[in-house]
Design a protein around this ligand. Sequence first.
Ligand code: PLP
Length: 756
Amino acid sequence: MARQKSKNKTFFVSHLVHPQTKAVLQSRADGFDIKIEIGDVLADGGQRIKELGNDLIGVLVQYPDTEGGVEDFKALGETIHKQGATFSVATDLLALTVLSPPAQALLANMSAFYAVYHGPQGLKNIAERAILGARIIQEGVNKLGYETGTRGKDENGRVLFDTVVVTVGEDKVAAFLESAEQEHNINLRNFEDGRVGVTIDETVDYQDLHDILALFSSHSNSSQQSITVDQLVESLPGKGKVDIPEVFKRTSRYLDHPVFNSHHSETELLRYIHHLQSKDLSLTHSMIPLGSCTMKLNATTEMAPVTWPEFASIHPFAPVAQAGGYKTMIDELEMDLAKITGFDAVSLQPNSGAQGEFTGLRVIRKFQEQQPGKKRDICLIPVSAHGTNPASAAMAGMRVVTVKCDTKSGNLDMADLKSKCEKYSEELGAIMITYPSTFGVFEPEIKAVCEVVHQHGGQVYMDGANMNAQIGLCSPGEIGADVCHLNLHKTFCIPHGGGGPGVGPIGVKSHLAPFLPGHPLVATGGDKGISPVSAAPWGSASILPISWAYVKMMGGRGLTHATKITLLNANYIMSRLRPHYPILYTNSNSRCAHEFILDVRGFKETAGIEAIDVAKRLQDYGFHAPTMSWPVANTLMIEPTESESKEELDRFIDALISIRGEIQAVEDGKVERSGNVLKNSPHSQKDLLIGQWDRSYTREQAAYPLPWLKEKKFWPTVTRLDDAYGDLNLFCTCGPVEPVDESEDGITGASAPNPT
Ligand SMILES: *Cc1c(COP(=O)(O)O)cnc(C)c1O
C-alpha cells in the first residue's frame, strides 16, 4: 500500500493499465479518501507527475501494458522516488524472462510449480515462442494491408511483447468481431475505438496462427493472396529469431535456485511434489480440528470437474453467450445460496471472507449515503470479532467502535450495545456480528441485537464464517441480518490452507441488491453497483463447481443433516473432554455450537505447560493442532465438522486425554517442568534416531504414546523452533531465490518483500 502523507492524496494510474485493474483500484481507494487520477504517465516527460508534487502518493504502471507495449520507466521511477512516492509496476512474469525486470518478481504459489517444471530456459523458450507468434501475426496482417505497427513495434514505435493491435475501423469492427466469433471461433479484444487486439501465449499453436491469419485475410481489401505461417517466418529478420531492443533485453539471471533447475521430467516433478506433500500433515492423515476454519471433506466428485477444460480453460472475459454452462452453474449457486442464507440476492465476486466483509460494508455505505441525515460511518464490532472485521471496516472508510462481551458467557454485552447505539444514533452505519459467535456459542440475544441496531438506523452485517452451524436450522436473513458473507472455502467444501483461492460471496436483502458490485467489462451486479472488488466478474469462478456439486449432492435434507452432525460432533468431543479439561464458554444448557474452546491457561501455573506445548505435542499423536490463542489467548479452539467419524473423534479425544496425563505427571512432580516430552515436542525421526539419547523419557514415549501410533504414524519433519523468535528472524536454509542486482534493476517496486 502506497504511503499517505498530504491531504490531497493522489494515486496516479497509467491509462494503459487493464480496465479491470483500474476499476478495482477505485474500489480500494474510496475508503481511504485517495484520489485516483488516470492518464499518460510519460506525457511531456512525466510533467503531470512532477506537477502533483507532495500530493502524489504513488504511481501504478503496467509492463507490458494493456496494449502489449513495453516502455522504459527508469527515469520516471527516479522522479517518483525523489518526490517520496511509491512506484508500483503490474507485470507479467513470463515477459520478465526476456525483458529487463522493473520489480522483483515474486512467484505466486500456484505458478511456482510451472516454473519448477520448466526452469529458466524453458520459461524463456515459452516467452520467445509467444513473442514469435505475435511477430508472425503482425507481419501477416501488415502484408494484408492493415494498419498496425511493424516488426515488434506498434504504430507509435512502442515495443510490443506478446500482443498485436490492429486498426480495423470503427464502422467495421462489429462485423469483424462477429465473424471472428461465429466463423473462426476466435475471440479478439475490442479496444472500443476501432482497434482489435490479438495476444499470443504458449497454448497458441501453428493451426491457431493460421486461423487468425485467415480471419484477417477474409476481411482484407488487399490483393495479397493468403500467406502461410512458414512464408511469414521466412520473411521475418533472422528467420523468426526473436530480437528484443537492447534497452529492454534482460541480462540478469533468474530462477538460479536448484529447485528451478532439477525437476524437468514428469517423473522428477512427480517425486518432488510427492516429497513435499509427505511433509504436510493434511486431511489425508487425520482430522484437522482447526476452529473457525471448518476443515471438512473436499469430496472427489466435487473436485474433479475443476480440471475439466469447460471450466478451467475459459477466459474470464469470454462472451457470456459462450459460457452458457458456467452461467447456469453460477445462477443456480447464487439461487441456492440465497435460499440457504434467507437473502434476496448474492454476489460471487469477492475472493475471500475478508473481501466479502469489505464488499458488504461498501454496499452498506452506498445504501446509507442515499438515506437522509448525517454520514453514517460508525461500525460497531464486538471485541470477540475475527481480526478481519475491524480491518475491513477501516478499509471501507468506517470508524470502528468496539462493543464489550460478557466475560462469563462470552455473549455480547447488551447494555454496552444499547448505550453505544444511543451514543452514535445519528452516525451508526453498521454492526458486524458473527453467529454463532467466535466463542462457539449461539448468541441467545441475536435477534434483539439486530433490532436495536436497526432502530438506530444501522445495518446488520453478519460474518457467516460459522455458517456450518446454521444451514437448514436457521438463516442470517431470518435472524435479521441485512448482509452476510459466506466462506465457500470453509462451509462449502472448497479446500483451503496455503492461501486459497477462496470465495467469499455476500448475500443481501432486497434493499441492498442494487448496490452489489459491478464490472467494467461484463454485465453483473446491481444497477447502482459499487465498483468491482476483484478483477474477474465472478471472482474465483473456476472453483465454484466444488460448492455447486456439494449443494446439489447434499440437497436440502442432506445439508440440514450435516449441520446437525456438526453440532453433535463438537458436543461429543466437548462432553468426553469435560472431565479432563476446563471448557471456556457454553450456553445455559452447557452446550456448544459447532466448535468450543478448551481452556488450558491454568496449566501454565500448575505445570509450566502452555497451549503451544499441547499443540506441538498433538503432532506426535498424528494430529494437526486446533486453532491456538484465538479468540482467547493461550486457549485451543476445536471444530470437528460433520466429515469425521466417531472412530476419528475418539482417536483425537484419546490423544488429548493422554496429553492431559502427561501434564498431570508434571503437576504431580513425577516429571521435571523443563525438558519433558511436552516441552520437547514434536519429535522428528532425526531427533529420535541420530546421536545420543539423554532425555528423561524414552524414545517410545516420545513417538508412540498410544498403541495405534505404531500402526499409523505421521512423522513431523521439524522439531520445535522458538515460534515468536523464528517468525521475527527468518533465515533461508537454501540459496537466494532471486538475486537482486540493484544497479541493473534501477527501479524498486512497491511490492518488494518484507522478510519480517
Ligand atoms: C475465516 C474467517 C474470516 C475471514 O475469512 P477469509 O476467507 O480467511 O478472509 C472472517 N471471520 C471469521 C469468523 C472467520 O473464521
